[in-house]
Design a protein around this ligand. Structure first.
Ligand code: TYM
Length: 343
């Protein structure tokens, strides 16, 4: 029996897994809430797997050429942001077939009602109505497969993925009860500051890749003048005080972005802006973001220039990921009674 099957839940190495969709443009919400954590969690005592989830992307229609282009682009951004292939396995989800295999098996042990209750599904299916794909419903099962295949102990994500993580834990526990201890139960890692960056145009809405208003999100590849313009246009209020209060959603969001990029405490930031106007705040946030993204943007240009090297790296990542994922799949097949046995 495989190693995974005998000691899934008993401690084991720190395994980190997370994923990102190669759709739209990556923005500072993705960066602050997820990618900075991914980079920081590359510690000598942990094994890290980062996955570009193209199979999740196709739950809504995608242009095939654009999807491939974005997949490479996201890989280059992640490398530029500090994902180090010597310390992390970076790969494309569709290149590791075990993800779709496990997703099917898990979908057979997941009650339909658990999926229909997911808020992201409810929101998206309400908008898409008749066009809602079955894949959109089973999306969180594929996400559970991504995580459970690697026996991940920690999953760094933004706050919007919390419910999907809870579902993943429930699916894992249900499977373990039905078939014996097989999966490790993962813990979400959600930041205290920056887990939910809001839209600049509408600070009660989460910053999202799919919003159409060009002033909604600051994208990681935005040049400095665009970043300045977007922050200048950011929605604030008429209270004219600069403090971390939830009631001032726009100001709170700007301050949170500033805090994430400068690493300063709330008290220090409030003291710095005491008695100053929103114009000053917007300028300061824009400059901090421009400064913070500069090294990433410079390195991106280098990675993007060499698609051959990028593809080779992703292929290598997929081979390493498959080796781990296939061990889990072998155990799952045995537990569930699939095939004719004997390896
Ligand atoms: P995705 O591609 O929408 O987002 C990638 C990551 O960015 C975080 N995020 C945010 N954090 C803070 N503020 C925001 N406004 C913001 N918007 C997005 C997300 O929480 C996420 O961590 N289903 C996932 C991808 C996925 C996955 C996985 C994640 C697939 N399999 C396995 C973890 C583990 C998604 O659509 O993320």
């Amino acid at each position: 029996m495989s190693e995974v099957a005998t000691k899934p839940a008993a401690g084991g190495p720190i395994r980190v897994l997370s994923g990102i969709q190669p759709t739209g443009n990556l923005h500072i919400g993705n960066y602050i809430g997820a990618v900075t954590q991914w980079v920081a969690m590359q510690q000598p005592d942990s094994e890290n797997f980062y996955c570009i989830v193209d199979l999740h992307a196709i739950t809504v229609p995608q242009d095939p050429k654009e999807l491939r282009k974005k997949t490479r682009e996201v890989a280059a951004i992640l490398l530029a942001a500090g994902i180090d292939p010597k310390r992390s396995v970076l790969f494309v989800q569709s290149q590791v077939l075990a993800h779709t295999e496990l997703a099917w098996i898990l979908s057979c042990v997941t009650p339909y009602g658990w999926l229909a209750r997911m808020t992201q599904f409810k929101d998206k299916s309400q908008k898409q109505r008749e066009d809602t794909s079955a894949g959109l419903l089973t999306y969180p099962v594929l996400m559970a497969a991504d995580i459970l295949l690697y026996q991940a102990s920690q999953v760094p994500v933004g706050e919007d993925q919390k419910q999907h993580l809870e579902l993943t834990r429930d699916i894992a526990m249900r499977f373990n009860r039905m078939f014996g201890e097989t999966f490790r139960i993962p813990e979400p890692r959600i930041l205290d500051v920056g887990a939910r960056i809001m839209g600049l145009d509408d600070p009660v809405k989460k910053m999202s890749k799919s919003e159409e208003n060009p002033s909604h999100a600051v994208n990681l590849m935005d040049p400095p003048d665009v970043i300045r313009r977007k922050f200048q246009r950011a929605t604030t209020d008429s209270l004219a005080t600069i403090a971390f209060t939830e009631e001032q959603a726009g100001v709170f969001n700007l301050l949170t972005i500033y805090q994430s990029f400068t690493g300063q405490s709330r008290e220090a930031i409030e003291a710095q802006f005491a008695g100053r106007g929103y114009g000053d705040l917007k300028k300061a946030v824009a400059e901090a973001v421009i400064e913070g993204l500069k090294p990433l943007q410079e390195r991106y240009a280098v990675f993007a220039k060499d698609p051959g090297q990028l593809d080779a790296l992703l292929k290598e990542g997929a081979a390493k990921a498959s080796a781990v994922a296939n061990r889990t799949i072998a155990t799952v097949w045995e537990r569930v009674g699939l095939g004719i046995g004997g390896g």
